[in-house]
Every structure is written in C-alpha cells, then in structure tokens.
Design a protein around this ligand. Structure first.
Ligand SMILES: O=C(O)CCC(=O)C(=O)O
Length: 293
C-alpha cells in the first residue's frame, strides 16, 4: 500500500499517513469492541489494569481516557495487530529483521473534553538497542483539527533524545519553556476513520484537547524491528517472541549509536502517560475546564 517515495518521505520527515487501510467491516468490529469496553467502565471507580479514567469519571457517567493493552484482552485488537495490510507497511518501514508488537493502547478524547498529551518522544519511555521503531495511530474516528489529532514536529526524529524529566524524576513530557524544538512547526496527522498514521519513535509529538462535538478515538500500536532490544530489559522471553507479527525470533540485538536518556529515576506517578505527565512542571497545551454538554 505504500510506494518507495512514501518510504523515503517517512525516513525524511519521520511520519506517514496512509488512508483507507482498514476494511469497513473490520472497522465496525473494532468500534463495537471499544464501545463494549467503555460501557463496562461503569463497573469501575478508579484506574485498573484495563482503564485509565478521566477526572470526573463516575460509574453513572463513565469517562475513559485510555484502554490499556487492548491487544492482550480483546481478540479483535490482536487480530488487527497482525492485519496483513498493516504488517506489509511495517515491514517496509522497519527493515528486514522482522516486526514485533511492543504495546498497544486506545486514547479516547470525548467531545469537548478529552485530555491533551504534552510534547514527548516515545523513545524517552522505552529506549532500545536501535531506533527502527514506530507507533501506528489507527483512526477509529475521523481525525480533524478541532478534535485533538496527533501533532508531529517533522524531522525531529533526527535530533537529540530530549530531556523528559521534571524535578529530577522522569515525567514523560518535554519542558516547553526550554524550546528544544520549534513546536509551532508541528503538523496534524488527520484523516478519515480507517486511515493509519505511522510516526518514528524519536519524533516529537503531542496533541491538544478535543474542543469539537465529535469524539476522537485513536488506537495506538507500538512496533519495533525484530532485532531492537529494550534497554530496560525483557520480563517474559516467551511473550516477547509471541509478539513477533513478522519474522523469526533472534537473540542477537542490532546495536546502533542512537542518543539515549533512560527514563530513570521513574516518575513518582507511574502508570499511563497522563499520570506521568501530570508531574511535569510546565505545560504547553491548555488544560481547559470541559464544556458542560
Ligand atoms: O492520543 C494522543 O493524541 C497522543 C498519544 C501519545 O502520543 C502517547 O500516548 O504516547
């Protein structure tokens, strides 16, 4: 589904948007599964292994901002992680050593509500032995300027590993007052539901609050080349290899001289990126009070 010039553009800018990757029936099944998960959040009153809740969530009025690791508990999200059209693109962007699913999440931005995500590089959270890694943003809704689409700073994946610490602890966000990159040059990754974006693990990105009356539900998969090994270590070798969606297991990491800062000492609020970033001293995106609807 992508051409040689798409691949060259991805390497140059650090991102790519590919329209119409998901067939309509599969998109409908993904949305149904997500709807059921959100409805079940009525049974919880605090963050769990599955749910990260918006401030103001109540069982009567469930407000979910993240579903954690959907591929591990809901089969259709594991099915999509192995979707041949997507894996074909990943093989072209990540190189010949295979493709490993590292993690997944669904970030939900409710109309007039959904939380912003501060500028960061995914690489700051999980440095590896090489940086042939990316995140796929699966648009479960149309993504447009007002509903808080992913914003990326083109070319920033070729720069340093920026500091994501606040008060000496990892906080998962860059300090906007340091102006490490030109945040004003960021571009939105917009498209119709069923499109996918691909952004390099070192690309600086973030997203604003949803100020529209439409939801923005974005399923994110993080993938690495088969020979990129996490510097923080591997907890479960069997599972690590089960997550290869292309290629065969190897115990030989490829090591390249990429800039690295470890996410240590850990955040005093470990958990989702929202929890981590709540400890950042300076924020770029406005965290406005939600509009009452
Ligand atoms: O949901 C978003 O807009 C951004 C999410 C993101 O960058 C992340 O969770 O790492």
């Amino acid at each position: 589904m992508i051409t040689d010039s798409d691949i060259a553009r991805y390497h140059e800018t650090g991102y790519l948007v590919v329209p119409d990757v998901i067939a309509p029936d599969l998109l409908a099944r993904l949305r149904d599964a997500l709807g059921a998960l959100v409805a079940d959040a009525a049974c919880v009153s605090e963050h769990t292994d599955v749910y990260d809740l918006e401030p103001g969530h109540t069982p009567q009025n469930p407000k979910v901002r993240r579903i954690k690791l959907p591929h591990s508990h809901t089969p259709v999200f594991w099915e999509l992680a192995q979707y041949p059209r997507m894996v074909g693109i990943l093989e072209k962007l990540l190189g010949p050593s295979g493709v490993r699913l590292q993690s997944s999440k669904i970030n939900l931005k409710s109309p007039h509500y959904g939380s912003p995500v501060e500028w960061h590089q995914d690489w700051a959270f999980y440095p590896h032995t090489n940086d042939d890694m990316l995140a796929v943003g699966v648009m479960l809704d149309d993504a447009f300027m007002e509903n808080g689409p992913l914003m990326v700073v083109p070319g920033s994946h070729k720069g340093p590993a920026w500091d994501h610490h606040s008060d000496g602890y990892f906080c998962g966000a860059m300090d906007p007052t340091r102006k490490d990159v030109d945040f004003e040059s960021a571009v939105p990754l917009i498209g119709k539901a069923g499109s996918m974006s691909f952004h390099h693990v070192r690309l600086v990105h973030g997203s604003a609050q949803n100020v529209s009356d439409k939801p923005r539900r974005l399923l994110l998969y993080e993938f690495s080349a088969g020979d990129a090994f996490p510097l923080m270590g591997i907890k479960d070798w069997e599972q690590y290899n089960r997550h290869l969606v292309s290629g065969t297991p190897t115990n030989t990491p490829r090591i390249v001289p990429a800039p690295v800062r470890m996410p240590l000492p850990p955040s005093p609020r470990q958990g989702s990126i929202y929890e981590n970033q709540s400890t950042a001293q300076n924020k770029y995106f406005s965290h406005r009070e939600p509009v009452k609807v």
